[in-house]
Design a protein around this ligand. Sequence first.
Ligand code: MSP
Length: 652
Amino acid sequence: MPRFYITTPIYYVNDYPHIGHAYCTVCADFFARYHRLKGDATYFLTGTDEHGQKVEKSAAKEGVTPRQLADRVVERYHELWRRLGITHDDFIRTTEERHERGVLAVLKRLQEAGDVYKASYQGPYCAGCEAFFLEKDLRDGKCPDFGHPVAVLEEESYFFRLSKYQEPLLKLYAERPDFVLPESRMNEVRSFVESGLKDLSISRSSITWGIPFPGDPGHVLYVWLDALSNYVSALGFGSEEEARYRTYWPADLHLIGKDILRFHAVYWPAFLMSAGLPLPRHVFGHGWWMKDASKMSKSFGNIVDPRPYLEEFGADAVRYFLLREKPIGTDGSFSDEAFLDRFNADLANDLGNLASRLSNLLESQAGGRVGRGDGSLRARTFEALDAYHAAQGLFAPREALEALWALLSDLNKFLVEREPWKRAGTPEALDALSEAARSLRLAALALEPAMPGAARRIQDALGFGPTDFVNARWEDRPSGRAAKLAGLFPRVDKREYFGRIREGGTATRRNGGKEGTMEDEKKPERQPAPPQAPAAAPADPPGEPAKLSIDEFRRVELRAGRILEAERVPKSNKLVRLIVDFGTERRQIVAGIGKKYAPEQLTGKTCPFVCNLQPAKLMGVESNGMIMAGNLEGEPVLLQFLEEVPPGSRIT
Ligand code: MSP
């Protein structure tokens, strides 16, 4: 029986899962469900990466142990995967004993191959990426991946002879050009290896939160050697029970984000070659989600939390949007506007209306019976399914769904042409309805990996029981009667939705669209009401404007911020989107000063900003603060400082 082993990256437990994390896992779930429906022996692994400096640091900041932090955050992942309908077969945590056993078994093989030695190492080290870089790879003296600052670090360390694998890796890429997908990423990886590989430090003595290096407890294993080994440790590699490892390894697909390609396409195969283990079939580096065309980042306050969307629209809609909106290999932008457009056009209209109209007509005109039909949609349906299967084979969710939507569009046209509602009860009408139902039923089966809930409901509503790709036939007899399916994806009134968001009165935006923070988790559910109401402030004398106490005024957090970037908000002549440096953080702030000031006039200026306003959305763009401006006869006037002030300086 064909088998399919698919993995996601294991996620760091130093923060909340966001839409980017959800994306990778939803895509992996889409592929895993598809292979199960094809009858392949499928194994889908995800998990959490719990060791290393990032987690150690975040835990210290929170005042908890790394283990406590991991235990708390891992629950967030379990919860999100449950709500998204993720069907992983296993969830590995790198703090589990089975994992440590697997990692040490990998390391032992590297040592036995003579590929591990101890030496002193000095070089630029990026704490953010937990990696040493070569001087030549730095970008403007900063880490090439994220622009984090680097510091020269000297450490005694164990090294892996990565340099020895430069040629074997290049040979691998030449012999198996689809080892790395998409093709453009293969080219990046190849150039990286061609530019020369140095031996890789695989231990750290500066941190303690990790797997102790065997025989040298002053060192812990480098977090990436630890983390990458999860793909085999979860299968029981290194334990007495290696049956699962023997069944599923090598992996068919490591699905990862483009930022961690080097680890998976260079280091991991080199480790495996050294260990004498088979290599995975494909490593796919998917593109990233941005928010309203900007990079998502905590400091911009624009990280998209999938939970409110799940609450309001359900798992099927969120999964569909993620899979359909952007090609998997490239970056894409998440926005409420795009989400609602897809929801209304593709789900409410194309799919929902079709399913409801068809099931309704079948029920009312044919007593719920789907007949044999006249075969007129058969070829078109299989043509669409072939395109769908081909896209699945290329790991292309968007294209797979496009093939199905092209079919839905043809089904809608077919019904409009045949107008069965005008010829109720005639054999022609029954044929038309039966054809459309048979076609939609097979489309719904193919939709299952993307939208398991809706897909099953549609098949049920057409009177067909569960099936899979092996058993489904065009001529299958329905197992029951068709019955009207209503309210599958009720259309969203965009105006009402955005109005609600502006007022912050919906579940979706109760938190102002702001990502949850670790702080939320520490807060008790709800503070009991204080035993006594605080003494009321003295009332203002009638007729006089209210006066603020100095303490009240100080609650406004005014700071100096330096405008790093400014650009117009599309479709607005007033709004400008600013990226503002406050010393320790950067924020996105939207200002209504665009009629008076051009973006070029703003870049580089240091101005006062209100920093503790609740986040707000202006024309769909999130703003995390407000620039201070006077109002002179209706025109904004920016304030500036007489002297140079460092960004972030507190004014109140
Ligand atoms: N722990 C490592 C992976 C070890 S795998 C052996 C790690 N974790 S992570 O939590 O930082 O990232 C996990 C995945 O999320 C990565 O594949 C990364 O590309 C992905 N994403 C993080 N932000 C993303 C977007 N904005 N969009 C899409 N995916 C993104 O790296």
